[in-house]
Write a protein that binds this ligand. Sequence first.
Ligand code: GLA
Length: 392
Amino acid sequence: MRDSEIVNKIKEKYFQKFGQSSKPEQVRVFRSPGRINLIGEHTDYNNGFVLPASVDKAVYFVIEPREDDQVILHAADLDETYSFSVEDLSKPAQSWAHYQLGIIEQIYKKGLKIGGFQTTFGGDVPVGAGLSSSAALECCLLFALNELYGLNLDRFSIVKMSQKAENEYVGVQCGIMDQFASAFGKEESVIRLDCRSLEYEYFPFPMQDYLLVLCDTSVKHSLASSEYNTRRLECEKGITILQKYYPEVQSLRDATPEMVETHKDELGDIVYRRCKFITEEIQRVQDACDLLVEGNLVDFGKKMYATHQGLQHEYEVSCPELDFLVDQTLSDPNVLGARMMGGGFGGCTINLVKKEAVDAFEQKMKAAYQEQYQIDLPCYKVKITAGTGEII
Ligand code: GLA
């Protein structure tokens, strides 16, 4: 669906819910997109590099300040409402409201103040597909409240506070990639983000001959969040061991594949494989960016496959459905690269596919997935769009 169609639908629901506003100029609309990641997985919390982009699937808030201290959150897609006083941040049963409450908590933690507001929000980022609908929600609401209440937050603060909302209120120990990509996205460009310094650079992504297609396994294994936290701990174990020999190693960003190889025995099989993958993956992002600059998508695609191999066998965050989808592409001359994307244990694969072959590719993938798992495989052709902003 186009932006304007979705916005009109959400606006319609807003006015059905809240009636016409006495000050129509105060009703504003904000948008924040979901994200993809080309390469650099699980590197963000290791202070490494990532290469995400924001896409044409987004979250929208139609929002207006209130005279009183009430906050009324209306989830358009669920048609559920949660109301509270802006001072009361107790955790409600509705888990979808945790993101918004987490944002308000961060505003207070900064020593800032807001009044009441009412909003209807919704969008077309598939939930649970690994496109970070949660980061989009957080960035969108914080951006909106920043505008409504003149909080004077810059984009970096919006990103960091949104990540903290997720870490502290929602309780997910995510890195910074998702919020950064949602807030800093740029049309037709991928962002190379250095998660240590937060320096970033845009690289144009050539989409004349190839398209990015997501294949959504439609599964989310329950392991996802516990294993995510376990991986973080395993990386920390690796750092503690490497630090004994290389005091300068504060994170795996400061380590090299050679260091990891040298201390293979002491690291032990599991931690060794985790550290091997991360140190190689950090380097892979740099190499992949050089290939983009050269316009060499063929070798870029090979890097995507290498990432998948590492995530499957060394970092062990893939699952049979993701591996099946990647395997299907291996002998397809129209696919340059494919890999699982995001945290793992479900969600999407990202595929770099020759433009004229995209429809045939989707049909083939859908048929194979149906036969193997009896599940209809949603496929999304993604366009890279701008990050968080107001829709005027
Ligand atoms: C999830 C997290 C991100 C990142 C990815 C893996 O999407 O939210 O911070 O760690 O997993 O690259």
